[in-house]
Design a protein around this ligand. Structure first.
Ligand code: SF4
Length: 368
């Protein structure tokens, strides 16, 4: 399989006519208010020089941050021309942009098509009216639906981004947003737990006590269920959590919120914790002072063990186990757990599907 290699070009918000309460694009992209032609070319050349040309790969120029299609048109075209030049010369394979739902219309899409853009990511953030208002997003749910329809009509690959823990948000609203996003049938999703970034309105709301951010643990629990439901619906979640940069770190530009450099690993590990927990709870023998063996594929071993051995330590405490041994096995998407003379095969996908149905049934009962 070809490896995907991304050349990130961070576009600051100098085109964005809005100021969402959580946004300080300069801090998030690490980029100041302008980006020159020369800087973009230098960035692309640096990355291309760094990539191993003998390796089969798909190389993509991705304009991240800001609202690309809200930038002054001349600047958009300047940036797109550079990207198209590299694509036409077969030095890169794909071009990606990200933007706001209300910065999409037919003319915008015709321009993106003309400059060979392949992927459009829309910052949806929430599909709850109150959350959109409190976050001062400045666009409506209708804007999202219209933009998605148009993007699909033009046959672009579509990614939708959502946030959890925005002002006015809660578990049910996040799940409801995810379900509406799934109905829109994107090619992929990104999920961002809300962080309080320096010099944003959200920072003031946090200081005044008007806004309470999620803890890491709360964000992990919400995102875990979102990941399970998206996986059940076969929509890839390609990222959870903001990329750590020099500034995006707790104590630097992240003032508060569920920041963790390995949040995705925490979430995936928690799923394995739940799987093993539920099996041991129903094992039918005493686990006291026993040694539990868990066999799994090398690819998932670190998630099964947990970040800083979290799963190992917690399961040992919960079930009074003497120890847990994790063994590498040739299993794909399966776990074997052995304790005493009991051996159990666990199909991870089967667990995820059952769990997703349970989450959805409970949500239905609550009227989500
Ligand atoms: S639309 Fe995007 S770039 Fe503009 S203020 Fe909101 S989050 Fe920032």
């Amino acid at each position: 399989m070809s490896k995907e290699k991304i050349i990130p070009v961070f576009v600051p918000n100098y085109g964005c006519p809005h100021m969402c309460v959580f946004c300080n694009q300069i801090k998030i992209t690490g980029t100041n208010t302008s980006i020159s032609r020369e800087e973009v070319i230098e960035t692309i050349d640096n990355y291309l020089g760094f990539f191993n040309s003998n390796e089969e790969s798909i190389i993509e120029i991705a304009f991240y941050g800001g609202s690309f299609t809200a930038i002054e048109l001349a600047k958009q075209i300047e940036l797109l021309e550079i990207a198209k030049f590299y694509k036409d010369n077969k030095r890169v394979n794909r071009i990606r942009i990200s933007t706001r739902p209300d910065a999409i219309d037919e003319n915008v899409l015709k321009i993106l098509r003309k400059y060979s853009v392949d992927i459009i990511e829309l910052g949806v953030q929430s599909l709850d009216k109150e959350v959109l208002n409190l976050s001062e997003r400045g666009h409506s749910v209708e804007d999202v639906n219209n933009a998605v329809k148009l993007i699909k009509h033009f046959n672009f690959v579509l990614g939708l981004q959502m946030m959890v823990g925005l002002p006015g948000d809660n578990y049910d609203k996040s799940l409801s947003t995810l379900l509406k996003i799934i109905d829109l049938k994107p090619n992929f999703i990104r999920i961002y737990p809300t962080l309080v970034i320096k010099n944003t309105k959200l920072e003031n709301m946090f200081i005044s006590g008007e806004y309470k951010p999620l803890t890491v643990d709360e964000a992990v629990e919400i995102c875990k269920d979102l990941l399970i439901v998206a996986t059940y619906h076969q929509i890839p979640v390609i990222r959870i959590g903001l990329q750590t940069t020099e500034c995006i770190q707790l104590g630097k530009d992240v003032v508060a919120g569920p920041f963790h450099a390995a949040i995705r690993q925490l979430i995936e590990s928690r799923i394995y914790y739940d799987i093993i927990y539920s099996e041991l709870s129903n094992i039918g023998i005493s686990t006291e002072n026993e040694i539990l063996e868990v066999n799994c594929n090398t690819n998932i071993m670190s998630n099964v063990v947990g970040h800083k051995s979290y799963n190992k330590i917690k399961l040992c405490n919960e079930f009074n186990l003497k120890n847990i041994k994790f063994n590498k096995d040739d299993l794909s998407d399966k776990l074997i757990i052995k304790i005493g003379n009991i051996e159990k095969y666990i199909d991870v996908m089967e667990y995820i599907n059952k769990k997703a149905i349970l989450i959805l049934d409970h949500a239905y009962i609550r009227g989500v």
